[in-house]
Design a protein around this ligand. Structure first.
Ligand SMILES: [Zn+2]
Length: 57
């Protein structure tokens, strides 16, 4: 069963300053956008809803 919203979580390197997101596939694609983590552990794409989370180990 998959009743939760489809927010996809993408894990990135803990030292990353930010991430590029372009939606990742043709159906959800959007213009390539840079999201900076600044001092946060995660950021969310305003286009496709993906959540980018820093690895902590
Ligand atoms: Zn996106």
């Amino acid at each position: 069963m998959d009743t939760l919203e489809k927010a996809e979580i993408i894990y990135v390197d803990k030292d990353a300053d930010g991430v590029w997101c372009d939606g990742g596939n043709p159906a959800l694609g959007h213009p390539k956008v840079w999201y900076s983590f600044e001092d946060h552990q995660k950021t969310k794409c305003g286009y496709c809803g993906r959540i980018f989370l820093k690895n902590t180990d």
